[in-house]
Design a protein around this ligand. Structure first.
Ligand SMILES: [Zn+2]
Length: 111
């Protein structure tokens, strides 16, 4: 992954803590797979509940920002800690940013 992609990613998510950025990068390096047009698979880390997370692009919100679903959010909602973009989704966005030049169909999913 190029430094440029990391810079773009970090600037888009400047409001997130460094730990969120770092964890997303780590997940991206562990492997993200695009399984269909709007569906991605992110490998789980050690100690995580699932061995892989399927992240799905769900269209855009009223502000034109892309929405993604990650199954980890279902669980966290129970504890009132659901976040718009978890680090599984962060890894998917890194994947999208790193591949968009060769595959313009990814562009619609860039925040
Ligand atoms: Zn997640």
């Amino acid at each position: 992954m190029s430094e440029d992609v990391i810079k773009i990613f970090a600037s888009k998510f400047a409001y997130k803590p460094d730990s969120w950025i770092e964890r997303s990068i780590k997940r991206f390096r562990l492997g993200v797979e695009r399984v269909s047009k709007y569906k991605f698979r992110v490998r789980g880390m050690k100690n995580e509940r699932c061995s892989r997370y399927t992240v799905v692009f769900m269209g855009h919100d009223e502000n034109g920002l892309p929405k993604f679903f990650c199954p980890c959010q279902l669980r966290r909602k129970k504890y009132g800690k659901a976040e718009r973009y978890c680090t599984h989704i962060g890894a998917v966005i890194l994947y999208i940013l790193s591949k968009v030049k060769e595959d313009p169909s990814l562009e619609v999913m860039i925040p």
